[in-house]
Write a protein that binds this ligand. Structure first.
Ligand SMILES: *Cc1c(COP(=O)(O)O)cnc(C)c1O
Length: 352
């Protein structure tokens, strides 16, 4: 056996510390995130299971399907859940959330930071500011935000931020992370209903009491995925997080310019709140756009949004001029138009 090959060797403590260090840096937090041994959706369910309890009230913002699911998990845990819902072609507003907080006096506020399913990005910083004013515990599903827009966990007072690498970070989907603030840990620890000895138990995954040096790697971390995540995060660091974000901003701006040049419109109404990972396209009245199979990074809408919108998934390695050009070309073909002018609009945004 090649002695250099360590693919299946257990993760070393040094590798584990590298991983949590890269994640802390990515999220601008001094509290090392918990590594979740599975897809990000496991981290989201684990947060809900850990903090939901009878007697606790949550304001849960629903701007897409993931938010709805989170609310259902909170209810399963016996919590009272006040849903602040907006049509899926809009994003939440701090004012709308504030009136629910005034009315229901919740313990915590949860929302999906940015939505690839609807192409909307919620005004996260305003929402965290609002939560700070009311001293609420905050939960954000930032899986489709991290790497595509800013996320400053400590400065913004984010108590639970769930992230995955399979979207903007061009990493694996088999391992993910939850960043938890000291206040977030208290909220978990003071919950008698928080799971223990369970795949949903964040308390069992807590690395070490109050920052003491870790003596061994938590045994359940998937080794190959953890190494792949280290590789992806190292690449992000090499490119520079700001540059990765900028690349996603450009991809989104160029996709919007391209579809507008084709005479079609984004599904999301407010151009100040477009996701930088996905551009959604309104189908209404355009029979040619009714696809049922993805064409490259152009995909039909999920679930109830099927037939209403198309998604251009320009994230990760596809946050590039080339990928956006291919997507715009595919849309032009569906519309039986020449793509030339739209491709020119794409290139202008990239400044090339
Ligand atoms: C992709 C995504 C997830 C994670 O889903 P996986 O099942 O882990 O791929 C969670 N929330 C949002 C908002 C997402 O876009």
């Amino acid at each position: 056996m090649n002695p250099e090959f360590k693919g299946f060797m257990p993760l070393s403590l040094a590798e584990f510390n590298t991983l949590t260090g890269l994640l802390s840096k990515l999220l601008y937090t001094q509290h090392p995130p918990v590594i979740i041994p599975g897809e990000a959706i496991l981290g989201i369910e684990a947060v809900a299971a850990g903090i939901a309890a009878p007697g606790r009230t949550f304001v849960n913002v629903v701007t897409g399907p993931y938010g709805r699911l989170f609310g259902q998990w909170l209810e399963r845990g016996g919590a009272a859940v006040v849903e602040v819902k907006v049509p899926f072609d809009e994003v939440a507003t701090a004012d709308g959330i504030a009136s629910a907080i005034e009315q229901y006096q919740p313990d915590a506020l949860s929302f999906v930071h940015a939505e690839v399913v609807t192409g909307g990005s919620n005004p996260a910083q305003d929402i965290f500011k609002l939560a700070q004013k009311y001293k609420l515990i905050t939960v954000s599903d930032s899986v489709s935000a991290v790497g595509g827009e800013a996320l400053h966990v400590d400065e913004w007072g984010v108590d639970f931020a769930v992230i995955g690498a399979q979207k903007a970070l061009a990493g694996p989907n088999g391992v993910s992370a939850v960043s938890i603030s000291p206040r977030g840990w208290e909220f978990l620890e003071s919950n008698p209903a928080a799971p223990r000895n369970s795949i949903l138990s964040l308390l069992d995954l807590k690395a070490s009491p109050e920052g003491a040096a870790l003596l061994r790697v938590p045994p359940n971390i998937p080794t190959l995925e953890a190494r792949a995540l280290i590789a992806a995060l190292t690449q992000v660091e090499e490119e520079g997080l700001q540059q990765v974000i900028k690349r996603h901003e450009r991809a989104a701006a160029s996709a919007v310019a391209g579809i507008r040049a084709l005479g079609i419109e984004p599904w999301q109404k407010d151009s100040r709140h477009y996701s930088t990972l996905t551009t959604t396209v309104r189908i209404t009245g355009r029979e040619g756009l009714l696809i049922h199979q993805p064409i490259g990074i152009v995909a039909p809408g999920d679930g109830e949004l099927s037939g209403q919108l198309l998604r251009i998934n320009h994230f990760g390695a596809n946050a590039s001029r080339n990928s956006v050009e291919k997507a715009i070309t595919a849309l032009a073909q569906l519309l039986e138009q020449e793509p030339g002018q739209a491709l020119q609009a794409v290139r202008e945004v990239w400044g090339e």
